[in-house]
Design a protein. Structure first.
Length: 120
């Protein structure tokens, strides 16, 4: 049996985006010593708005739009990855994911409470 609500679907998309953010950050960190590598990222807010619109329209997940991060200082080898920046991005993605887990737990508990309310 599958229990899914609009809110649980929105939270799932939120968690997918947090996971995508962590993956992009990990890719940047893995390429910190690659000459000419340019850090990539996404606009989390814009992607979340798009994901919410997709849920409202009943469509499936859409691909994340990844772009080069602008305004970073490149080293002489052309690489512009900053471990400090990436560490902060990773911490933010982890917090977003943990928040999503907590929200999803609350949503499922609310649904279970509604189911069990009929049996009382």
């Amino acid at each position: 049996m599958e229990i899914e609500t609009r809110l649980s679907e929105q939270i799932a998309r939120y968690m997918d985006l947090a996971t995508s953010e962590a993956k992009l950050t990990a890719a940047n960190m893995a390429n910190i010593d690659t000459p000419g590598y340019q850090a990539v990222g996404m606009d989390f807010g814009a992607e979340m708005r798009g994901a919410l619109n997709a849920v409202d329209q009943g469509s499936g997940p859409r691909p994340v739009r990844v772009k080069a991060v602008e305004g970073l200082i490149a080293r002489p080898d052309g690489n512009d990855v900053s471990m400090d920046r990436e560490s902060l991005n990773l911490a933010e993605a982890q917090l977003q994911f943990k928040t999503g887990v907590a929200l999803l737990r609350q949503e499922y508990q609310r649904e279970l409470d509604a189911i069990h309310a009929d049996s009382k």
